[in-house]
Design a protein. Structure first.
Length: 51
């Protein structure tokens, strides 16, 4: 059955999946940036302790 409602639901499911993928990708990039900042802060902290 190619019910128009079923077709619409399928399209919406695909859009939602695509949006979730984009958000996951964005979240991963943000996590990577946070990791870099954390490393930098840790490094600065140890430099401060030495001085």
């Amino acid at each position: 059955m190619n019910d128009p409602i079923e077709q619409r639901v399928k399209v919406l499911e695909l859009k939602v999946e695509s949006r979730i993928d984009k958000l996951e990708s964005r979240m991963n990039r943000l996590e990577n940036k946070m990791d870099k900042v954390l490393l930098e802060l840790t490094s600065l902290k140890s430099e401060l302790k030495r001085s």
